[in-house]
Design a protein around this ligand. Structure first.
Ligand code: NAD
Length: 441
């Protein structure tokens, strides 16, 4: 099937390459010519494991092209909307400008029977409004939220853990005739994952839009729950990692996403829970989500607490001290620095008078561009040279594996802050380091 993918960022570029791998003929469209040029030459414009290979495989089939021309969407049966929906400046609400612009650019190129398939994360009500504007085109809107995780994006797109189709529905909540036709077309698009047994949830627009923000709210809540427990552990001398192990054995709770530390960041969770709160307010049900305000506050407090911990471990002040920050990406296996806890803490420490040097295996170009005032080094050893404190802020495998004895030979003082609770305190203490972590004695 011929499909267009509009917006070729972390979501869209992977989606375009994956759709071509699934056998479709794909055109990726983005307003950023630098990005489409790179993608057209087979180069991933950002770090995502498996994406270069996926692009190469798709290009070899001759079924994948990229352009900045919205007219290239004409002739596609399905048009995936994958543009960004960031937080509005100075507000919690989502900025829907990119969705609006992409949709307006697509409208003149739609033919009767086409599907416009929304994958961006949007406030509930957005799909209904867009669908209204399709009535004169004969095209149908479907909301098909995306759940990929950066770092596993290709795998998650080819083998999703579920698919959700938000369809136009009648008064009884059943898909309309257009909705049923749209579902049949999407079944063809996703024939392979469906044949592999991927669960499919068919629902109305509102449910489909809510599924995505509900899922992210749950994940954010789980992380902030364990970080709230970490605060209790800090004031009682308890160990949050043991606590998480013990409660995680209950399979109603589960151990995943119960890692206390610097909390969540990135281009999704923080802005999604804020946009969800803003939308609930508009709908007059803000009380239903007031707990998310606390989830957000707990998360942000961890960053402040980490700066305090640095001060504590250095005898009360970090002014003039050298601090090495290992990690700039918001999580390992990504170069995405949007709302990165690592960079947020690094910048705070710098503002409070420390000399901060940041390193990261993949995210240095993005970090340098966003935070030019920080110092950067290519490796952990270079960042840690003469450091008074080393902070592990993003749990890249190479930082988890660092040899405390070897790193101890380059630093000025053996003090380590484990911002992700991934180092072995006994090994680091045995090598002469002062080891401190959030939520642990
Ligand atoms: P991104 O910023 O990496 O990519 C968005 C892309 O859209 C950019 O390349 C931008 O140039 C392009 N764009 C903007 N306006 C356009 C227009 N008018 N026409 C064509 N292209 C345009 O963002 P992302 O991380 O890919 O996220 C996209 C959406 O997917 C967001 O709603 C996000 O919440 C959601 N999402 C993201 C992830 C993730 O892990 N990144 C996962 C699930 C859902």
């Amino acid at each position: 099937m011929r499909v267009s993918v509009i917006g070729c960022g972390y979501l869209g570029a992977v989606h375009a390459a994956s759709m071509a791998q699934l056998g479709h003929e794909v055109v990726g469209i983005d307003v950023d010519a630098a990005k489409t040029d790179l993608l057209a030459s087979g180069t991933a414009p950002f770090y995502e494991p498996g994406l270069p290979e996926a692009l190469a495989a798709a290009r070899a089939t001759g079924r994948l092209a990229f352009t900045t021309d919205p007219a290239a969407a004409a002739g596609s049966r399905v048009h995936f909307l994958c543009v960004g929906t960031p937080q509005q400046h100075g507000e919690f609400r989502a900025d829907l400008t990119y969705v609006e612009d992409a949709f307006a650019a697509l409208l003149p190129h739609l033919a009767p029977g086409d599907l416009v398939v929304g994958k961006s994360t949007v406030p509930v009500g957005t799909a209904e409004a867009l669908a209204q504007r399709l009535t004169t085109t004969g095209a149908t809107l479907v909301w098909n939220p995306e759940f990929l995780r950066e770092g596993f994006a290709v795998q998650d797109t080819l083998h999703p853990d579920r698919l959700v189709y938000g369809l136009p529905t009648d008064a009884e909540g059943e898909p309309t005739a257009d909705g049923a036709r749209a579902a049949a077309v999407l079944d063809e698009v996703y024939a392979q994952p469906l044949a592999d047994g991927t669960p499919l949830v068919v629902c109305d627009y509102a449910t489909a839009q809510l599924v995505k923000v509900a899922a992210n709210s749950f994940l954010a809540t789980k992380i902030s729950f364990i970080n709230a427990m970490a605060e209790l552990c800090e004031s009682t001398g308890a160990d949050v990692t043991r606590l998480a192990d013990a409660i995680g054995y209950d399979d109603r709770i589960g151990r995943r996403f119960l890692n206390a530390g610097l909390g969540f960041g990135g281009g999704c969770l923080p802005k999604d829970i804020r946009a969800f709160m803003a939308r609930a307010g508009e709908l007059g049900v803000d009380q239903a989500l007031s707990f998310l305000r606390e989830v957000d506050a707990i998360n942000m407090r961890r960053r402040v607490r980490m700066v305090d911990l640095a001060r504590e471990v250095c005898g009360g002040s970090i002014v003039g001290l050298r601090i090495a920050v290992l990690g700039a990406a918001f999580k390992p296996d990504s170069d995405d620095i949007r709302d990165s806890p690592a960079l947020s803490v690094a910048a705070q420490m710098q503002l409070q008078g420390a000399h901060v040097t940041v390193t990261d295996p993949q995210a240095l170009p993005n970090a340098r561009a966003a935070w030019p005032g920080l110092a950067y080094a290519d490796t952990a050893e270079e960042a840690a040279a003469d450091a008074d404190v080393v902070l592990l802020a993003t749990e890249w495998p190479e930082y988890r594996r660092l040899d405390p004895a070897a790193l101890g030979t380059v630093v000025a003082h053996r003090r380590v802050l484990d911002g992700r609770n991934v180092l072995d305190p006994r090994a680091w203490r045995a090598a002469g380091w002062t080891y401190r972590a959030l939520g642990r004695p």
